[in-house]
Design a protein around this ligand. Structure first.
Ligand SMILES: O=C(CO)COP(=O)(O)O
Length: 249
């Protein structure tokens, strides 16, 4: 199975950065091996990146995605962006339920599931994020929390083609700390078992949280890891490509 290496730029990047990163991606794309590449820049940069990737001749190698979407197609929702709008500007994917949205914007599982279902309806692949906090980990509630988030936030009708699960332990995001390979294997096995209960397909499960060029090989080699969702290290094309190069083929 081809791995998906996804970059989440979060709220980073101006037009000049996008142009520079696309140039660097084009220069180094040969190093990415066979991995499927996706970048989710801030919404402001999506059309700029789409054009730049096209001009650089690598639009078919790098997919684009949003970082969030509204549940409705359109309407009076100031500041929001719909899945259909993302599709319209060239996105194929959208991240929903990232812990930063769950925490900063109080998003709950019901809302995230509705967003994921809107994404599917609009023809996007929904990347649904789940993950335990440090306190939940300390309380040994990881499996319980993940089961609950999975059951609550996965869209009905999820298939291998239209949905991806991203396991992102909140305590590993932006901290430089990562779970051990054994822990990642154990958690991914748990997620797969829960997901199998209600989806016929074997869904892709990405690992996210402090993935860097120097640990990508070890994390991506873990049984049950189908790719990575990369934050900080995706902002530099060189690092992003090095992570992609570490993907299993
Ligand atoms: O939140 C993440 C990706 O969505 C992970 O971020 P970092 O790779 O910066 O830890």
């Amino acid at each position: 199975m081809v791995m998906l290496i996804a970059g989440n730029w979060k709220m980073n990047g101006l037009a000049a950065d996008a142009a520079e990163q696309v140039r660097a991606l084009a220069d180094g794309i040969g190093r990415a091996g066979g991995a499927e590449l996706l970048i989710c820049p801030p919404a402001t940069l999506i059309p700029i990146m789409a054009r730049a990737l096209e001009e650089a001749g690598i639009r078919d190698r790098v997919a684009l995605g949003g970082q969030d979407c509204h549940i409705a197609e359109k309407g009076a929702h100031t500041g929001d962006i719909s899945a259909w709008m993302l599709k319209d500007i060239g996105c194929s994917h959208v991240i929903v339920g990232h812990s930063e949205r769950r925490i900063d914007h109080g998003e709950d599982d019901d809302l995230i599931r509705a967003k994921a279902e809107a994404a599917l309806e609009a023809g996007l692949v929904a990347i649904v994020c789940i993950g335990e906090t440090e306190a939940q980990r300390q309380a040994e509630e990881t499996e319980l929390v993940l089961s609950h988030q999975l059951r609550g936030s996965m869209p009905s009708g999820a298939t291998r083609e239209n949905a991806v699960i991203a396991y992102e332990p909140v305590w590993a995001i932006g901290t430089g700390h990562t779970p051990t390979a054994e822990d990642v294997a154990h958690v991914h096995r748990h997620i797969r078992t829960v997901a199998e209960d209600f989806f016929p397909d074997d869904l892709r499960i990405l690992y996210g949280g402090s993935v860097k060029p120097d640990n990508a090989g070890a994390l991506l080699a873990v049984d049950g890891v189908d790719g990575a969702l990369v934050g900080g290290a995706s902002l530099k094309a060189e690092d992003f490509l090095a992570i992609a190069a570490a993907a299993k083929v």
